[in-house]
Structures are given as C-alpha cells and as structure tokens.
Design a protein around this ligand. Sequence first.
Ligand SMILES: Cc1cc2nc3c(=O)[nH]c(=O)nc-3n(C[C@H](O)[C@H](O)[C@H](O)COP(=O)(O)O)c2cc1C
Length: 172
Amino acid sequence: MIERIRTVRQVRQYTDEKIPDDVVKQLLRVAQWTGSARNAQPWHFVVVTDKDQLRKISRLRALINWLAAAPLGIAIVLDGENPMFESYDEGRVTERILIAAHALGFGGGVAWFGDDTHQAEAKRILGIPAERTARSIVMIGRPVSAKDPRPNAFRGGRRALSEIVSYERYSK
Ligand SMILES: Cc1cc2nc3c(=O)[nH]c(=O)nc-3n(C[C@H](O)[C@H](O)[C@H](O)COP(=O)(O)O)c2cc1C
C-alpha cells in the first residue's frame, strides 16, 4: 500500500477506455469520506464525461489541453464560505481521489482552470453558480504514460529527503 501511495503520479495521457460505473462510485465514496475542517464537507462533485464539455474546459489554457482526451473528470466545487479551510480540504480530497484511482489500476491528473477569468468560464461551462469556488477538475482514465507530454513540461522527480527534512529543529 505504501508503495502504491508513493508512486502516485500526475497522469495526462489516457486510453479511450470508459471508466466503469462501479469505479466512479468508489472514487466518489472516497471523496465523500475525506475529512474536512470542522467536518464541514464544503464540497460538491461534478462528474463530467461529455466530450464537448471536456473539450471546452481543455481550451481554457494550453497547460490543460491534454484533458480533452481523458474519459472522465471530477470537478471540485467548494461552498466558498471559508477560503482558508476550503483550500486545504480541496487538496485533501484531490489527493485521495488520485490515490484511489491509482489503487484501482487507473490514473489521475489535476487540471487547474486558471485565473479568475478562467474559473468564471469553467463555472459557466459546467453550470456552477458564480458564487461557488471551482478551481480544478481531477481527470481519471486508464494511463498510457505518466510522462508529461506538454512542450514546456516541468522537471520531474523529487528533491532529496536530506534537502527537505530536518529533525527536532528547522535547519537548511
Ligand atoms: C494545485 C495544483 C495544480 C495543478 N495544475 C495543473 C495543471 O493545470 N495542469 C497540469 O498538467 N498539471 C497540473 N498539476 C500537476 C502538477 O504539475 C504535478 O503534480 C507535478 O508536476 C508532479 O507531477 P508527478 O507527480 O507526475 O511527478 C497541478 C498540481 C497541483 C497540486
């Protein structure tokens, strides 16, 4: 299990395989049971499989153009009442969905809608009320590769533990 969690990567290339309903249900149950500050559960999840909708979202920004080829996305909508807690809750639920997808033999990738204008447009496309917060959609599919296909891909890998950890007192 630990190795499964450690090897969760951002997947941006998927096969055309549809995500079975029972897999979607399992991912949503994992999302449902994610802990949130004060157990507020400040979220709503929009499951998107419609190709036309995905294509429209993918056109918001070049850095998320890969999402049009994914079979399914789960957009995370937050109540917008407590931005500090909700940012944390959003990260927690996103990561759990990614881990669960990986554990089930699928892969996932986060796509950030972009700045305020992009977010407003994403909300319009998905019918999300303007007063809610919607920043991202988690794409799910059967992975082809975890390589970043984008022209200006960020460097992969991770910094060494010795660089990012200290004991008893902070030292760098
Ligand atoms: C808040 C957040 C926003 C992200 N937005 C995007 C995005 O818009 N497009 C994208 O392709 N990847 C996005 N990513 C994925 C990161 O680029 C990825 O997690 C990172 O490069 C590490 O990838 P790896 O685990 O495959 O090494 C986002 C990740 C986070 C945490």
